[in-house]
Design a protein around this ligand. Structure first.
Ligand SMILES: [Zn+2]
Length: 94
């Protein structure tokens, strides 16, 4: 992980002793740091997992829509149809 990612999540190296409001631990870091390095790393990982999760939810939703469509079901709305078309296009490229 690069330092800018840690800064984004509230941690930078430094010589000040602070108490982390997230975990309650004492840590050494920049005067303006908002949390310890461990909590900043966790926050970064949580952000990544949330992004992955959003992608997976979208993919599963698209797969569900394709399954409904292939089974002859009705598609609820136009945006769903667009997503089915996009998902089928992805499938077709395999
Ligand atoms: Zn912490």
């Amino acid at each position: 992980m690069v330092d800018s990612d840690l800064k984004k999540h509230g941690y930078a190296d430094g010589n000040y002793w602070n108490t982390c409001p997230t975990c309650g631990g004492t840590y050494q870091g920049d005067k303006r740091a908002r949390r310890c390095k461990g909590c900043a790393m966790s926050a970064d990982r949580i952000g990544e997992l949330e992004a992955d999760n959003a992608d997976l939810r979208k993919l599963l939703s698209d797969i569900d829509a394709v399954t409904i469509w292939e089974a002859g079901g009705t598609v609820p709305d136009r945006s769903m149809q667009d997503r089915i078309d996009a998902a089928l296009e992805v499938k077709g490229k395999d």
